[in-house]
Design a protein around this ligand. Structure first.
Ligand code: PAF
Length: 288
């Protein structure tokens, strides 16, 4: 496995591999790699001949009062994880490499970025879509792999690819969970032990919603009230939003009459966590 820091170097290596006719898979990350990332890398490994992982904590997707400075960074242990998982190339650029001058060009997906996390993190998705466009241009892969845990991000990226006619195939992989259901996330490590215990209620709320819906309850107000009740069992949990939206447009639903995204965000102390399930009453699983 090679670790490179410059754009020129990653371009050179990838173009050599491309000339050999290999299928290139790309997993963009901000590091602090966990089992969720490992599962993306393993899926990329199965579907591609050459796997590139980027590790870059992207400043433009953090708001001024967010955790950019304290976001966990450990390239050495991330490199070990990548090596063990069979990654071929790690691209770990600096902020100066990715943003060599004041950035005047932004990629912004409208409408889909206004609700859910977008309503609470202004500018976040503009930062994500801009850095992903840069990374896709640099890495030049055939496929890129994202996690369902960041459902809105995945939907926004897919729309960006379609609107801009970008040729890359986007693969969305299922959320990886701890044994109590908590979605794995780089931010889980911020949780104090009692917060960590209560954090499992987030997924519990989503499963209650799914159970009720599968038993025939399709009124969104009733389902949201049931989820609020579950989260209310912990005083440590401050919900930011709990919403049920159309899976394609992310517009709020009143009844579940089509495939829906059930999404929530909550704060536990200073840590903000998100989770979601897809509710398609015509199929049996909640996580696709
Ligand atoms: O999901 C993430 O880790 C980031 O948003 C991404 C896609 C790597 C862009 O910085």
């Amino acid at each position: 496995m090679q670790i490179v820091k410059t754009i020129a170097e990653v371009r050179r290596l990838v173009s050599t591999v491309r000339q050999e006719g290999k299928r290139i898979g790309f997993v963009p990350t901000m590091g602090a790699l966990h089992n969720g990332h490992v599962s993306l890398m393993k899926t990329a490994r199965k579907q591609c001949d050459y796997v590139v992982v980027s590790i870059f904590v992207n400043p433009t997707q953090f708001g001024p009062s967010e955790d950019f400075e304290k976001y966990p960074r450990n390239l050495d242990s991330d490199a070990i994880t990548c090596r063990k998982t069979g990654v071929d190339l790690v691209f770990a650029p600096s902020v100066k490499d990715m943003y060599p001058r004041e950035n005047w060009t932004w990629v912004e997906v409208e409408n889909l970025t206004k609700s859910l996390c977008g309503a609470h993190r202004p500018g976040h998705f503009r930062g994500v879509t801009t850095v992903c466009t840069k990374l896709f241009n640099i890495v030049d892969s055939d496929m890129a792999f994202f996690g369902q845990k960041d459902a809105q991000q995945a939907i926004v990226i897919r729309r960006m690819m379609a609107d801009l006619h970008l040729p890359l195939e986007i693969v969305i992989c299922p959320t990886v969970r701890e044994s109590d259901g908590l979605a794995v996330s780089s931010r889980n490590q911020y949780l104090k032990p009692t917060e960590r215990k209560d954090a499992s209620l987030l997924y519990h709320a989503l499963t209650i919603c799914e159970d009720l819906a599968r038993k025939g309850e399709n009124r969104v107000k009733v389902l949201i009230a049931a989820m609020q009740q579950v989260l209310g069992r912990s005083v440590a949990i401050e919900p930011e939003y709990i919403q049920i939206v159309d899976l394609d447009t992310l517009e709020p639903l009143e009844t579940i009459d089509r495939p829906a995204l059930v999404a929530l965000a909550a704060r536990l102390g200073t840590t903000r966590l998100i989770d979601n399930i897809i509710l398609d009453l015509n199929v049996s699983s909640g996580d696709v």
